[in-house]
Design a protein around this ligand. Structure first.
Ligand code: MF3
Ligand code: CO
Length: 249
């Protein structure tokens, strides 16, 4: 069952989102060659806690960290590690903030120093996919309209869309009933209505869409070793266009 949120509840999620976006803004300036994803994870956990909130991913289904840190060919659920990031890497940082029981979820992929033109293009197109999906998130449209628009753009640019992970409803729990695939057919699926709150979080690969899961049972990476990027926002369906709760600027 899709949980519909009141304006007041959406505002409470917006407060959680403010902490999350402030954290991402800090990471934007921190991430450079030499820093480790463990240091990033510790910073994020401390930042969230010092703002009176909880890093919701830590302990979720046994996940041990505040953030997922997915480097290069890692698609999602990368474990923070003590390996320093190097010039040319890309790193996706995903986190969920819980403030007074209300959640916000956002992932962002950061360049480490100067990255290749190809990697830059992957980041740009993946971010475009997210915002194209958000543009389709209006009352009366259907989930498939979001999925189809994202897939069309990614594939027109010669990239591929990861199938196995979707956006999701979110509120007082991280994964609520609604699923938002990033590929599929237009005019299919649930119809969007006011008060729905969900994430859109396309994972786009430079090569094949296929993935494998590491021995840690969490980390997904591309089968062909190609780069993968992800951007994720938590959005609310309102009377006008979608409200992006986790917008950074
Ligand atoms: N933030 C992720 C999502 O978009 C959840 C990661 S799984 C976790 O759904 F275990 F790390 F929480
Ligand atoms: Co999410």
């Amino acid at each position: 069952m899709v949980v519909i949120k009141t304006e007041k509840e959406i505002a409470l999620m917006g407060e959680a989102a403010k902490i999350l976006t402030a954290c991402h803004r800090e990471l934007r300036t921190m991430i450079r060659p030499g820093i480790t994803t463990s240091e990033i994870d510790q910073f994020a956990e401390d930042f969230i806690q010092s703002h009176g909130a909880i890093a919701e991913q830590k302990g979720y289904k046994g996940y041990a960290f505040a953030t997922c840190a997915s480097v290069n060919d890692e698609i999602c659920h990368g474990f923070p590690s003590n390996t320093p990031l190097k010039e040319g890497d890309i790193v996706g940082i995903d986190m969920v903030v819980n403030l007074n029981g209300w959640l916000a979820d956002s992932a962002w992929t950061y360049p480490v120093g100067k990255i290749s033109e190809q990697a830059e293009r992957l980041l740009r197109v993946t971010k475009e996919c997210l915002y194209i999906g958000i543009d389709k998130s209006i009352i009366g449209n259907r989930i498939g309209d979001i999925s189809h628009a994202i897939q069309t753009h990614a594939e027109a640019e010669g990239f591929s869309v990861v199938r196995e992970f979707t956006g999701h409803g979110i509120g007082q729990i991280m994964h609520e009933d609604l699923q938002v695939p990033h590929c599929g057919r237009a005019n299919r699926g649930e119809r969007l209505s006011e008060g729905m709150v969900f994430t859109i979080e396309p994972m786009i690969n430079l090569g094949s869409h296929r993935l494998k899961i590491d021995a840690n049972d969490w980390t997904a990476r591309t089968v062909d070793g190609s780069l993968s990027a992800q951007y994720e926002h938590t959005i609310a369906i309102t009377k006008n266009k979608a409200l992006i709760l986790t917008e950074q600027d």
